[in-house]
Design a protein around this ligand. Structure first.
Ligand code: ADP
Ligand code: MG
Ligand code: ZN
Length: 507
């Protein structure tokens, strides 16, 4: 029986899938470099600018325009290559990748093809397992440079894809932004940990980029994008199976979920005697599943040829060696230093890493908060919000400085935890800085004894029976009055102080 790509098969049970099959991964990560200008022209690259305002004849692909290579982009790519232990080519070229798509005005993309700038690197990735942390060495095949395409918006239609859309809009601000693509060799031998490894790899790679300060690596803004290739085979000694390539995976959490989903989907297909079709698939965050995209059964012919408008890239050895000597301490070293300074155990630190919260906590501590408090808010209430929104922590519209301020407000008694949660809600809803939210929502803890005493008296008067019990020495009954006062003050009273006042008024 052959099951076609369009049929949505059942998902196999995950444990059964990884007991029957050996998963192999291939991860392709695109990173937009944080250069001020584009790859081949002087246009600005700022995210979120008004549509089609950061464009010129070159990045619009108008006839007669010529590209000029951005030196900073080459330098950033070399630094990434060096940080990943790659060989840096002494001489390489750009190629034209020919295909038609409306967001690519030249009808070709300038990319590196068979002559990438960096090759043969590796990245050591820590994965937390029930038995402790294991380190997996992921081999990097290449790091190459290319230009980003524009961005299409397909309007109308249910899926947001071009099929079924009424019309499409294109924004060329992104066209020509320097991109690097980091491609792993097939990652074998991870077994049931494949989904966690995929997530940990992207997390670690992001840490490397941030450490080098070459990109802001914001998955939710698309400055880091990951395609996840997954294949299954019966046994590790078998040749590689047919892979699917899942696109649109735009959070760390989705990387893990998408790989897990593909393993289960492919296992069900194979169990039913079907075969996996080589194709791109699209990840859907809402349903947690993938749907079939473009088939890759017949390799597309991109008619690659060397880009005639650009000279070859030939970084001189002195330059490369200077860049090597100027690399910052590796991100992993920095992480271990932080862990020691913060006094965290391996699992505690790994939890922070997996949540993508190391820098957030670091910056919150840098802004004056205690480590424990910073960790508590990022991994607790804020993680809950991120989860609810299906995004990563770094995508939440709250800054480490704001969290640090929140911690301070709790510490100085202006807020209790319950009120602090409401302040977070306000900040996330765009109501301003923590102090503004406190003021606008009227959230500060009421510590004014006169106001509290009045509230206590009111509560005692409203419940004479309980009041009598307390007066008679039943201290435990005070809880009911404290509860009433807390309700009356919408949680804004200091419960400890209220209790003291209740007992005071009843003696
Ligand atoms: P494409 O142009 O199709 O995206 P790439 O070579 O850029 O191909 O990337 C393919 C990725 O998939 C690489 O990371 C590669 O190591 C990995 N890969 C190749 N074959 C397999 C396979 N059978 N199973 C899983 N991953 C694979
Ligand atoms: Mg690719
Ligand atoms: Zn331009």
């Amino acid at each position: 029986m052959t099951v076609g790509a369009s049929v949505t098969p059942e998902l196999a049970d995950y444990d059964e899938a990884v007991a029957s099959y050996d998963p192999v991964l291939g991860l392709e990560v695109h990173v937009e470099l944080g250069t001020l200008s584009k790859m081949f022209c002087g246009c600005a690259t700022a995210f979120g600018a008004e549509l089609n305002t950061q464009v010129c004849p070159t990045c619009l692909g108008l006839p007669g325009s010529l590209p000029v290579l951005n030196q900073q982009a080459v330098e950033s790519t070399i630094r990434v290559g060096l940080a990943l232990g790659c060989d840096i080519a002494a001489w390489c070229r750009f190629a034209r990748k020919n295909y038609f798509y409306p967001d690519m005005p030249k009808n070709f993309q300038i990319s590196q093809y068979d002559e990438p700038l960096c090759t043969d690197g590796h990245l050591d990735v820590d994965v937390l397992t029930p038995a402790g942390t294991t380190t997996v060495r992921v081999e990097i095949e290449r790091v190459h440079m290319e230009e980003d395409t524009g961005k299409s918006l397909h309007v109308g239609g249910a899926t947001g894809r071009i099929h079924g859309a009424d019309y499409s809009l294109v924004d060329y601000n992104r066209a020509g932004i320097p991109l690097i693509e980091i491609v792993t060799k097939p990652i074998e031998g991870t077994g049931r940990l494949a989904p966690e490894l995929a997530r940990a790899y992207v997390t670690t790679l992001r840490e490397v980029m941030r450490n080098l300060d070459v990109s802001d690596v914001r998955m939710e803004q698309g400055s880091l994008r990951c395609d996840a290739n997954v294949s299954l085979r019966r046994s590790p000694s078998d040749p590689l199976g047919t892979r699917s390539e899942t696109k649109n995976v735009n959070s760390l959490r989705s990387v893990e979920r998408a790989v897990r989903h593909e393993i289960r989907r492919q296992a069900a297909l194979l169990d039913a005697g079907g075969r996996v079709v080589q194709e791109t698939r699209h990840w859907h965050e809402d349903t947690g599943s993938t749907t079939s995209g473009r088939s890759k059964e017949q390799a597309e012919d991109y008619r690659y040829f060397p880009e005639p408008d650009l000279v070859p890239v030939a970084p001189v050895a002195d330059w490369v060696e200077r860049l090597r000597s100027e690399l910052p301490a590796p991100a992993s070293v920095r992480r271990r230093e932080l862990q020691a300074r913060w006094g965290m155990s391996d699992p505690e630190m790994q939890t922070l890493v997996n949540a993508g919260a190391v820098d957030l906590v670091g910056d919150t501590v840098g802004a004056g908060a205690a480590v424990d408090a910073a960790r508590k808010w990022w991994l607790g209430e804020l993680a809950r919000h991120a989860n609810e929104r299906g995004t990563d922590l770094s995508a939440l519209p709250i800054t480490p400085a704001q969290v640090a301020r929140l911690v301070q407000l709790v510490e100085d008694g202006t807020l209790n935890d319950q009120l602090a949660r409401q302040v977070i809600e306000g900040v996330l809803a765009g109501e301003g800085e923590p102090d503004q939210v406190v003021e606008r929502r009227g959230l500060a803890v009421v510590s004014d004894d006169a106001a509290l005493t009045a509230a206590v008296d009111e509560a005692l008067a409203a419940d004479p029976e309980v009041a009598e019990k307390i007066r008679g020495g039943k201290v435990a009954a005070a809880g009911a009055i404290v509860g009433a006062v807390m309700r009356a003050t919408r949680g804004q009273a200091d419960a400890g102080r209220v209790r003291e006042l209740v007992l005071e008024r009843c003696t």
